[in-house]
Design a protein. Structure first.
Length: 159
């Protein structure tokens, strides 16, 4: 077994590199020389003199990109808009909304049912965090329970 030791580049001074991009913009890469030291059984980062925070962890990109369902988002948005019209007194019934929009009453009533979803489920739909099997068709085929706990059970069963 070959046990060679990796050689570290000697610590120097921090510097910036400027990389021109196609659109005339410039990307700046900052190099900060760091040294790794053993403190007991842990390895720690030791920054050169004058550098306060050598390692800064920013926001991480999600490992799985969001899965937005455009038809579900559209139905959810319509439902909340129509509920606002009903609450504000602009229209008196779902049948009136269906007549104004040129849609079937069932379509309007289904969208109005989606306003009864738990707030965290609505947020998950907007963020695209739900399983790909949780679609508009799945919501329309199943009756959405009014109890938020049962709604969570329904979603977990669809995964």
């Amino acid at each position: 077994m070959n046990r060679t030791r990796k050689k570290l580049v000697p610590a120097g001074q921090p510097f910036d590199r400027r990389h021109p991009l196609e659109a005339g913009e410039v990307r700046v890469t900052t190099f900060v020389p760091l040294t790794f030291k053993k403190r007991g059984i842990q390895k720690v980062v030791v920054a050169p003199a004058g550098v306060d925070a050598p390692v800064k962890i920013g926001t991480l990109m999600p490992a799985i990109p969001p899965n937005h369902d455009p038809t579900l988002l559209k139905a959810l948005a319509r439902g909340f808009y129509w509920q606002k019209l009903l609450d504000g007194g602009t229209v008196t019934s779902a049948a009136e909304i269906a007549e104004r929009e040129g849609l079937h009453r069932v379509t309007v009533n289904d969208a109005l049912r989606f306003t009864l979803l738990a707030p965290d489920i609505v947020a998950a739909i907007l963020e695209g965090c739900l399983a790909p099997t949780f679609t508009l068709e799945a919501l329309q085929r199943n009756t959405v329970p009014l109890d938020w706990y049962r709604q969570h059970e329904m979603i977990s069963a669809s995964r």
